[in-house]
Design a protein around this ligand. Structure first.
Ligand code: MLT
Length: 389
Protein backbone atom coordinates (compact mmCIF):
# COMPACT_ATOMS: atom_id res chain seq x y z
CA UNK A 1 0.00 0.00 0.00
CA UNK A 2 1.44 3.35 -1.06
CA UNK A 3 -0.02 6.68 -0.03
CA UNK A 4 -0.43 9.54 -2.48
CA UNK A 5 2.78 11.40 -1.64
CA UNK A 6 1.52 14.53 -3.39
CA UNK A 7 -0.52 15.26 -0.29
CA UNK A 8 2.77 15.97 1.51
CA UNK A 9 3.17 18.96 -0.81
CA UNK A 10 -0.07 20.62 0.37
CA UNK A 11 -0.35 23.28 3.03
CA UNK A 12 -1.15 21.60 6.33
CA UNK A 13 -4.84 22.49 6.14
CA UNK A 14 -7.31 24.13 3.76
CA UNK A 15 -7.32 27.94 4.14
CA UNK A 16 -10.83 28.24 5.57
CA UNK A 17 -10.23 25.37 7.99
CA UNK A 18 -7.16 27.19 9.33
CA UNK A 19 -9.19 30.37 9.75
CA UNK A 20 -11.99 28.46 11.54
CA UNK A 21 -9.47 26.77 13.84
CA UNK A 22 -7.90 30.10 14.84
CA UNK A 23 -11.33 31.61 15.51
CA UNK A 24 -12.37 28.60 17.61
CA UNK A 25 -9.20 28.92 19.69
CA UNK A 26 -9.94 32.61 20.27
CA UNK A 27 -13.58 31.99 21.26
CA UNK A 28 -12.69 29.23 23.69
CA UNK A 29 -10.29 31.65 25.44
CA UNK A 30 -12.72 34.62 25.18
CA UNK A 31 -16.23 33.14 25.45
CA UNK A 32 -17.88 36.50 26.24
CA UNK A 33 -16.64 38.34 23.14
CA UNK A 34 -18.96 38.72 20.15
CA UNK A 35 -17.17 37.61 17.00
CA UNK A 36 -18.29 39.02 13.64
CA UNK A 37 -17.43 36.68 10.78
CA UNK A 38 -16.66 38.33 7.46
CA UNK A 39 -14.24 35.61 6.45
CA UNK A 40 -15.48 32.70 4.36
CA UNK A 41 -17.89 33.76 1.63
CA UNK A 42 -20.91 32.12 3.17
CA UNK A 43 -24.33 33.66 2.66
CA UNK A 44 -26.59 34.62 5.58
CA UNK A 45 -29.96 35.42 4.00
CA UNK A 46 -32.41 32.50 3.83
CA UNK A 47 -33.47 30.80 0.60
CA UNK A 48 -36.06 32.85 -1.25
CA UNK A 49 -39.80 32.13 -1.01
CA UNK A 50 -40.15 30.70 -4.49
CA UNK A 51 -37.38 28.17 -3.82
CA UNK A 52 -38.89 27.07 -0.52
CA UNK A 53 -42.32 26.61 -2.11
CA UNK A 54 -40.82 24.46 -4.88
CA UNK A 55 -38.87 22.37 -2.40
CA UNK A 56 -41.93 21.82 -0.18
CA UNK A 57 -43.87 20.65 -3.19
CA UNK A 58 -41.05 18.29 -4.16
CA UNK A 59 -40.94 16.87 -0.62
CA UNK A 60 -44.66 16.09 -0.88
CA UNK A 61 -44.08 14.38 -4.23
CA UNK A 62 -41.41 12.20 -2.64
CA UNK A 63 -43.96 11.10 -0.03
CA UNK A 64 -46.46 9.76 -2.55
CA UNK A 65 -46.18 6.49 -4.44
CA UNK A 66 -47.32 8.04 -7.72
CA UNK A 67 -44.74 10.85 -7.72
CA UNK A 68 -41.87 9.31 -5.74
CA UNK A 69 -38.46 9.35 -7.48
CA UNK A 70 -35.40 7.20 -6.88
CA UNK A 71 -32.12 7.63 -8.76
CA UNK A 72 -32.28 10.58 -11.12
CA UNK A 73 -30.17 11.22 -14.21
CA UNK A 74 -26.59 11.80 -13.05
CA UNK A 75 -26.28 14.87 -15.27
CA UNK A 76 -29.45 16.46 -13.86
CA UNK A 77 -33.17 16.41 -14.61
CA UNK A 78 -34.18 17.97 -17.93
CA UNK A 79 -36.44 20.49 -16.18
CA UNK A 80 -33.41 22.08 -14.50
CA UNK A 81 -31.11 21.78 -17.50
CA UNK A 82 -33.79 23.50 -19.58
CA UNK A 83 -34.02 26.29 -16.98
CA UNK A 84 -30.23 26.76 -17.11
CA UNK A 85 -30.33 26.66 -20.92
CA UNK A 86 -32.93 29.45 -20.92
CA UNK A 87 -30.93 31.46 -18.39
CA UNK A 88 -27.91 31.38 -20.71
CA UNK A 89 -29.98 32.81 -23.55
CA UNK A 90 -30.39 35.95 -21.42
CA UNK A 91 -26.62 36.34 -21.91
CA UNK A 92 -26.97 35.55 -25.63
CA UNK A 93 -25.43 32.11 -25.22
CA UNK A 94 -27.10 29.10 -26.84
CA UNK A 95 -26.31 25.71 -25.36
CA UNK A 96 -27.51 22.22 -26.18
CA UNK A 97 -29.10 20.39 -23.28
CA UNK A 98 -26.40 17.72 -23.31
CA UNK A 99 -23.72 20.39 -22.79
CA UNK A 100 -25.23 21.23 -19.37
CA UNK A 101 -24.36 19.09 -16.34
CA UNK A 102 -26.02 19.71 -12.98
CA UNK A 103 -23.71 19.24 -10.01
CA UNK A 104 -23.54 19.71 -6.26
CA UNK A 105 -21.51 22.90 -6.72
CA UNK A 106 -18.60 24.51 -8.51
CA UNK A 107 -15.98 23.51 -5.93
CA UNK A 108 -16.59 19.78 -6.44
CA UNK A 109 -16.67 20.02 -10.22
CA UNK A 110 -13.55 22.20 -10.39
CA UNK A 111 -11.74 19.39 -8.64
CA UNK A 112 -13.52 16.50 -10.38
CA UNK A 113 -12.93 17.82 -13.90
CA UNK A 114 -9.25 17.05 -13.44
CA UNK A 115 -10.09 13.34 -13.89
CA UNK A 116 -10.28 14.14 -17.61
CA UNK A 117 -6.74 15.49 -17.91
CA UNK A 118 -3.35 13.80 -17.76
CA UNK A 119 -1.10 14.50 -14.81
CA UNK A 120 1.65 15.64 -17.19
CA UNK A 121 -0.23 18.83 -18.06
CA UNK A 122 1.11 22.20 -16.93
CA UNK A 123 -1.48 24.25 -15.09
CA UNK A 124 -1.56 28.04 -15.11
CA UNK A 125 -3.23 29.65 -12.13
CA UNK A 126 -3.52 33.34 -11.32
CA UNK A 127 -2.01 34.40 -8.01
CA UNK A 128 -3.84 35.30 -5.76
CA UNK A 129 -6.68 32.89 -6.36
CA UNK A 130 -9.29 30.55 -4.85
CA UNK A 131 -7.04 27.88 -3.26
CA UNK A 132 -9.01 24.91 -4.63
CA UNK A 133 -7.45 25.29 -8.11
CA UNK A 134 -3.94 24.90 -6.76
CA UNK A 135 -4.62 22.26 -4.10
CA UNK A 136 -6.53 19.89 -6.41
CA UNK A 137 -3.68 19.95 -8.91
CA UNK A 138 -1.03 19.46 -6.23
CA UNK A 139 -2.98 16.38 -5.08
CA UNK A 140 -2.59 14.95 -8.59
CA UNK A 141 1.08 15.92 -8.83
CA UNK A 142 0.62 18.35 -11.73
CA UNK A 143 3.05 21.18 -12.37
CA UNK A 144 1.43 24.47 -11.36
CA UNK A 145 2.73 27.79 -12.62
CA UNK A 146 1.38 31.22 -11.73
CA UNK A 147 0.25 34.36 -13.52
CA UNK A 148 0.94 37.33 -11.26
CA UNK A 149 -2.11 39.40 -10.38
CA UNK A 150 -1.21 42.64 -8.67
CA UNK A 151 -1.93 46.34 -8.41
CA UNK A 152 -0.01 46.97 -11.66
CA UNK A 153 -2.38 44.86 -13.77
CA UNK A 154 -5.46 45.69 -11.65
CA UNK A 155 -5.42 42.03 -10.48
CA UNK A 156 -6.23 40.89 -14.03
CA UNK A 157 -3.21 39.14 -15.51
CA UNK A 158 -3.15 38.70 -19.29
CA UNK A 159 -1.50 35.87 -21.23
CA UNK A 160 2.24 35.84 -21.69
CA UNK A 161 3.20 34.34 -25.06
CA UNK A 162 6.44 33.00 -23.59
CA UNK A 163 4.61 30.84 -21.06
CA UNK A 164 3.33 27.42 -22.12
CA UNK A 165 0.32 26.05 -20.24
CA UNK A 166 -2.18 23.28 -20.97
CA UNK A 167 -4.87 24.07 -18.41
CA UNK A 168 -5.69 27.65 -17.48
CA UNK A 169 -7.88 28.71 -14.57
CA UNK A 170 -9.78 31.97 -14.82
CA UNK A 171 -12.11 33.19 -12.10
CA UNK A 172 -14.09 36.23 -13.17
CA UNK A 173 -15.40 38.07 -11.20
CA UNK A 174 -12.43 37.04 -9.19
CA UNK A 175 -12.26 35.45 -5.80
CA UNK A 176 -10.55 36.99 -3.81
CA UNK A 177 -9.98 40.37 -5.49
CA UNK A 178 -13.37 41.05 -7.08
CA UNK A 179 -11.67 42.07 -10.35
CA UNK A 180 -13.54 41.08 -13.53
CA UNK A 181 -12.31 40.65 -17.12
CA UNK A 182 -13.93 42.58 -19.95
CA UNK A 183 -14.60 41.06 -23.40
CA UNK A 184 -11.34 42.12 -24.97
CA UNK A 185 -9.28 40.71 -22.12
CA UNK A 186 -11.15 37.40 -22.16
CA UNK A 187 -10.69 37.26 -25.90
CA UNK A 188 -6.92 37.45 -25.45
CA UNK A 189 -7.09 34.40 -23.13
CA UNK A 190 -9.18 32.54 -25.71
CA UNK A 191 -6.64 33.33 -28.43
CA UNK A 192 -3.83 32.17 -26.17
CA UNK A 193 -5.66 28.92 -25.32
CA UNK A 194 -6.24 28.16 -28.98
CA UNK A 195 -2.62 28.87 -29.92
CA UNK A 196 -1.44 26.54 -27.15
CA UNK A 197 -4.08 23.85 -27.57
CA UNK A 198 -5.00 24.56 -23.96
CA UNK A 199 -8.30 24.38 -22.08
CA UNK A 200 -9.62 27.25 -19.98
CA UNK A 201 -11.44 26.28 -16.79
CA UNK A 202 -13.68 29.30 -16.30
CA UNK A 203 -15.17 29.79 -12.84
CA UNK A 204 -18.06 32.21 -12.98
CA UNK A 205 -19.57 31.56 -9.55
CA UNK A 206 -19.91 35.31 -8.91
CA UNK A 207 -21.45 36.32 -12.27
CA UNK A 208 -24.73 37.19 -10.56
CA UNK A 209 -23.04 40.27 -9.04
CA UNK A 210 -22.26 41.79 -12.45
CA UNK A 211 -24.46 44.72 -13.42
CA UNK A 212 -22.27 46.23 -16.09
CA UNK A 213 -22.80 45.28 -19.73
CA UNK A 214 -19.07 45.50 -20.54
CA UNK A 215 -18.39 42.51 -18.26
CA UNK A 216 -19.38 39.06 -19.60
CA UNK A 217 -21.33 36.73 -17.33
CA UNK A 218 -20.22 33.70 -19.31
CA UNK A 219 -17.03 33.09 -21.27
CA UNK A 220 -19.23 31.77 -24.10
CA UNK A 221 -20.34 35.34 -24.74
CA UNK A 222 -16.98 35.61 -26.51
CA UNK A 223 -16.68 34.04 -29.93
CA UNK A 224 -14.56 30.92 -30.06
CA UNK A 225 -14.83 30.13 -26.33
CA UNK A 226 -16.77 26.93 -26.94
CA UNK A 227 -13.69 25.54 -28.70
CA UNK A 228 -11.44 25.94 -25.67
CA UNK A 229 -13.36 26.52 -22.41
CA UNK A 230 -15.30 24.63 -19.77
CA UNK A 231 -17.45 26.80 -17.51
CA UNK A 232 -18.42 26.27 -13.86
CA UNK A 233 -21.19 28.05 -12.04
CA UNK A 234 -23.03 27.64 -8.81
CA UNK A 235 -26.22 28.67 -7.07
CA UNK A 236 -24.31 29.10 -3.81
CA UNK A 237 -23.70 32.81 -4.04
CA UNK A 238 -26.42 33.49 -6.62
CA UNK A 239 -29.29 32.08 -4.58
CA UNK A 240 -27.93 31.21 -1.14
CA UNK A 241 -27.34 27.50 -1.89
CA UNK A 242 -24.06 27.17 0.06
CA UNK A 243 -25.66 24.58 2.33
CA UNK A 244 -28.27 23.31 -0.13
CA UNK A 245 -25.67 22.48 -2.83
CA UNK A 246 -26.38 22.88 -6.52
CA UNK A 247 -24.36 24.14 -9.46
CA UNK A 248 -23.78 23.48 -13.13
CA UNK A 249 -20.88 22.83 -15.45
CA UNK A 250 -20.89 23.45 -19.17
CA UNK A 251 -18.81 21.16 -21.34
CA UNK A 252 -19.39 22.23 -24.97
CA UNK A 253 -19.55 19.52 -27.61
CA UNK A 254 -17.13 21.61 -29.66
CA UNK A 255 -14.48 20.35 -27.22
CA UNK A 256 -14.80 16.94 -28.83
CA UNK A 257 -14.22 13.94 -26.60
CA UNK A 258 -14.32 15.98 -23.38
CA UNK A 259 -18.12 16.23 -23.39
CA UNK A 260 -18.57 12.44 -23.56
CA UNK A 261 -15.71 11.86 -21.13
CA UNK A 262 -17.37 14.11 -18.56
CA UNK A 263 -20.67 12.28 -18.98
CA UNK A 264 -18.80 8.98 -18.53
CA UNK A 265 -17.06 10.31 -15.42
CA UNK A 266 -20.25 11.66 -13.86
CA UNK A 267 -22.34 8.57 -14.59
CA UNK A 268 -19.61 6.47 -12.96
CA UNK A 269 -18.71 8.53 -9.91
CA UNK A 270 -21.78 10.68 -9.19
CA UNK A 271 -25.44 9.92 -8.51
CA UNK A 272 -26.75 13.38 -9.17
CA UNK A 273 -28.20 16.19 -7.06
CA UNK A 274 -31.30 15.35 -4.99
CA UNK A 275 -34.62 15.85 -6.78
CA UNK A 276 -35.87 18.22 -4.06
CA UNK A 277 -32.80 20.45 -4.45
CA UNK A 278 -33.11 20.46 -8.25
CA UNK A 279 -36.74 21.59 -7.99
CA UNK A 280 -35.60 24.42 -5.67
CA UNK A 281 -32.87 25.33 -8.17
CA UNK A 282 -35.37 25.36 -11.02
CA UNK A 283 -37.40 27.94 -9.10
CA UNK A 284 -34.38 30.27 -8.96
CA UNK A 285 -34.59 30.67 -12.75
CA UNK A 286 -38.28 31.60 -12.85
CA UNK A 287 -39.20 35.27 -13.24
CA UNK A 288 -40.27 35.55 -9.61
CA UNK A 289 -37.26 33.58 -8.40
CA UNK A 290 -34.92 35.94 -10.25
CA UNK A 291 -36.68 38.94 -8.73
CA UNK A 292 -36.36 37.52 -5.23
CA UNK A 293 -32.69 36.59 -5.53
CA UNK A 294 -31.89 40.06 -6.94
CA UNK A 295 -33.32 41.57 -3.74
CA UNK A 296 -30.91 39.42 -1.72
CA UNK A 297 -27.98 40.29 -3.97
CA UNK A 298 -28.79 43.99 -3.58
CA UNK A 299 -28.74 43.56 0.19
CA UNK A 300 -25.20 42.16 -0.02
CA UNK A 301 -24.18 44.92 -2.43
CA UNK A 302 -25.37 47.47 0.11
CA UNK A 303 -23.13 45.80 2.70
CA UNK A 304 -20.22 46.02 0.27
CA UNK A 305 -20.85 49.77 0.00
CA UNK A 306 -20.88 50.12 3.79
CA UNK A 307 -17.52 48.32 4.00
CA UNK A 308 -16.00 50.33 1.16
CA UNK A 309 -17.14 53.69 2.59
CA UNK A 310 -15.71 52.83 6.00
CA UNK A 311 -12.37 51.83 4.49
CA UNK A 312 -12.30 55.08 2.51
CA UNK A 313 -12.81 57.08 5.70
CA UNK A 314 -9.94 55.12 7.26
CA UNK A 315 -7.71 55.70 4.22
CA UNK A 316 -7.35 51.99 3.69
CA UNK A 317 -6.64 51.11 0.04
CA UNK A 318 -9.13 48.61 -1.36
CA UNK A 319 -10.82 47.31 -4.50
CA UNK A 320 -13.69 44.89 -5.24
CA UNK A 321 -17.20 44.88 -3.87
CA UNK A 322 -18.52 45.96 -7.25
CA UNK A 323 -18.80 42.76 -9.26
CA UNK A 324 -18.38 40.46 -6.30
CA UNK A 325 -19.18 40.17 -2.59
CA UNK A 326 -15.48 40.56 -1.72
CA UNK A 327 -13.56 43.66 -0.67
CA UNK A 328 -9.82 43.26 -1.18
CA UNK A 329 -7.83 45.64 1.00
CA UNK A 330 -4.24 46.49 1.73
CA UNK A 331 -3.46 45.75 5.37
CA UNK A 332 -2.99 49.02 7.23
CA UNK A 333 0.42 49.97 8.66
CA UNK A 334 2.19 47.53 6.33
CA UNK A 335 1.02 44.59 8.38
CA UNK A 336 1.33 41.12 6.87
CA UNK A 337 -1.89 39.27 6.11
CA UNK A 338 -1.90 36.83 9.05
CA UNK A 339 -0.59 39.57 11.37
CA UNK A 340 -3.59 41.73 10.42
CA UNK A 341 -5.91 38.74 10.83
CA UNK A 342 -4.68 38.27 14.43
CA UNK A 343 -4.80 42.01 15.11
CA UNK A 344 -8.41 42.36 13.92
CA UNK A 345 -9.52 39.26 15.81
CA UNK A 346 -7.82 40.41 19.01
CA UNK A 347 -8.81 44.10 18.90
CA UNK A 348 -12.13 44.14 17.02
CA UNK A 349 -13.26 40.50 17.05
CA UNK A 350 -13.80 40.77 13.32
CA UNK A 351 -12.83 37.79 11.18
CA UNK A 352 -11.63 38.21 7.61
CA UNK A 353 -9.52 36.10 5.28
CA UNK A 354 -5.76 36.72 5.04
CA UNK A 355 -4.75 37.52 1.46
CA UNK A 356 -1.61 35.37 1.81
CA UNK A 357 -3.90 32.33 1.95
CA UNK A 358 -4.75 32.96 -1.71
CA UNK A 359 -1.15 32.98 -2.94
CA UNK A 360 2.16 34.81 -2.54
CA UNK A 361 0.83 37.97 -4.23
CA UNK A 362 -1.89 38.10 -1.59
CA UNK A 363 0.66 38.77 1.14
CA UNK A 364 -0.06 42.13 2.78
CA UNK A 365 -3.69 42.04 1.64
CA UNK A 366 -6.89 40.96 3.34
CA UNK A 367 -10.38 39.96 2.17
CA UNK A 368 -13.70 40.94 3.75
CA UNK A 369 -17.03 39.56 2.60
CA UNK A 370 -20.30 41.44 2.26
CA UNK A 371 -22.32 38.26 2.94
CA UNK A 372 -22.88 39.12 6.63
CA UNK A 373 -26.06 40.65 8.01
CA UNK A 374 -26.37 44.41 7.65
CA UNK A 375 -26.35 44.83 11.45
CA UNK A 376 -23.14 42.81 11.82
CA UNK A 377 -21.50 44.57 8.88
CA UNK A 378 -22.28 47.97 10.41
CA UNK A 379 -21.00 46.87 13.80
CA UNK A 380 -17.82 45.37 12.33
CA UNK A 381 -17.16 48.59 10.42
CA UNK A 382 -17.71 50.70 13.54
CA UNK A 383 -15.12 48.59 15.34
CA UNK A 384 -12.65 48.88 12.43
CA UNK A 385 -13.21 52.64 12.21
CA UNK A 386 -12.41 53.02 15.90
CA UNK A 387 -9.08 51.27 15.32
CA UNK A 388 -7.95 53.02 12.15
CA UNK A 389 -9.55 56.45 11.78
C1 MLT B 1 -14.69 31.70 -0.24
O1 MLT B 1 -14.90 32.24 0.84
O2 MLT B 1 -13.68 31.92 -0.91
C2 MLT B 1 -15.72 30.78 -0.75
O3 MLT B 1 -16.83 30.77 0.07
C3 MLT B 1 -15.22 29.43 -0.81
C4 MLT B 1 -16.09 28.58 -1.66
O4 MLT B 1 -16.95 29.07 -2.40
O5 MLT B 1 -15.88 27.37 -1.60
Amino acid sequence: MNLNKNYDNLEQSYLFSTVAKKVNEFTSKNPDKKIIRLGIGDVTLPLCKKVIEAMHKAVDEMGMQSTFRGYGPEQGYDFLREAVQKYYTTHNVNLDLDEIFISDGAKSDLGNILDLFGNDNTVLVPDPVYPVYVDTNIMAGRKVIFADANGDNCFLPLPDKNVKADLIYICSPNNPTGAAYNREQLNSWIEYAKENNAIILFDTAYECFIDDSSIPHSIYEIEGAKDCAIEFCSLSKMAGFTGTRCGYTIVPKALGKLNKMWLRRQTTKFNGVPYIVQRGAEAVFTEEGQKEIKENLNYYKENAKIISETLKRCNIWHVGGKYSPYIWLKCPNNMKSWEFFDYLLEHAQVVGTPGAGFGKNGEGYFRLTSFGSKENTLEAMERIEKLFK
